[in-house]
Design a protein around this ligand. Structure first.
Ligand SMILES: [Cu+2]
Length: 288
């Protein structure tokens, strides 16, 4: 009896793993609070830093509130009709100068570390160059034969035809594809006005400025479909130039690049086949 539960548990795990692989991240869901789930080491660091700040802010707020209440109660006119006349207290002044300095140092250390890690690009596996245009993104893969495509938001007809897989203001006609765990050097520029390329789950945001080539990097540590939106007010359709990144296994990425070198606009078929196979695996596993 006990042994028969093992394949069932295994099937459930496979089922969850397969379902998780193509899970969209960065779409609004009911009851969401806080950041989008992290999918990179930088975002992990940002998440930790944010939590540290939250604890510090909470502590300071509680302390100040407590002191206020204590002063109001202890030194009210009723309890303390005759105020004392002193105007300085060296001990208290030293404490309220030194303690904030210590808190700022405590904040500065991880803050500078994250800034450094974001700024210094580790040895990259390959480069993607993106150019912001009013109102879409051009992508180039210079290390994979230099193919290039334009990624635009899908229209309402497409949304109506794909109600479960397409997301309003987020889904693009040609997504960016990267392999899991690869270090990607991201070059960002623009052709007309300032745009900003971002994927919140990767902890990355970089302005695309005409005539300037900005660089940043990311390492996606989780399979899935990740979304971002242009984050620099760039004109009337600023809200309609989304960013969609698919993080897939290396072999799927390799197959996609081969297909994209021939025609980047139909290479998405490789991804569709991969997601279909995941779904079939999950169905098989749950049927067993
Ligand atoms: Cu823009």
């Amino acid at each position: 009896m006990r042994f028969s539960t093992v394949p069932a548990a295994l099937a459930t795990i496979i089922c969850f793993a397969a379902a998780a692989a193509a899970t969209p991240v960065g779409i609004p869901t009911d009851g969401d609070l806080g950041f989008q789930p992290s999918a990179s080491p930088i975002m992990d660091q940002l998440y930790g830093f944010h939590t540290l700040l939250l604890i510090i802010i909470f502590g300071i707020s509680l302390l100040v509130l407590g002191l206020l209440v204590w002063a109001m109660v202890r030194y009210s006119h009723k309890r303390h009709p005759e105020p004392r006349r002193f105007s300085h207290n060296t001990t208290v002044e030293v404490i309220w100068t030194v303690v904030p300095i210590l808190i700022l140092v405590l904040i500065a250390v991880p803050s500078f570390r994250i800034l450094y890690d974001q700024d210094v690009i580790p040895e990259a596996d390959f480069t993607i160059k993106t150019t912001g245009n009013q109102w879409n993104w051009t992508y180039q893969y210079p290390d994979h034969g230099g193919f290039e495509f334009v990624s635009s938001m899908v229209n309402d007809e497409f949304l109506a035809e794909h109600p479960f897989t397409a997301h309003r203001n987020l889904t693009t006609d040609v997504p960016v594809v990267v392999p899991i765990n690869a270090v990607v050097r991201m070059q960002v520029t623009a052709s007309d006005v300032i745009h900003s390329w971002t994927i919140p789950s990767f902890g990355i945001k970089m302005d695309g400025i005409p005539g300037r080539l900005n660089e940043t990097w990311f390492q996606a540590t989780r399979e899935g479909i990740f979304y971002g939106q242009c984050s620099e007010i760039c004109g009337i359709r600023h809200a309609f130039m989304p960013i969609e990144v698919h993080v897939v296994p290396q072999e799927v990425f390799d197959a996609w690049t081969v297909a994209a070198q021939a025609d980047p606009y139909t290479a998405i078929d490789v991804l569709t086949a991969y997601y279909d196979s995941l779904r079939d695996d999950a169905r098989l596993a749950s049927a067993r």
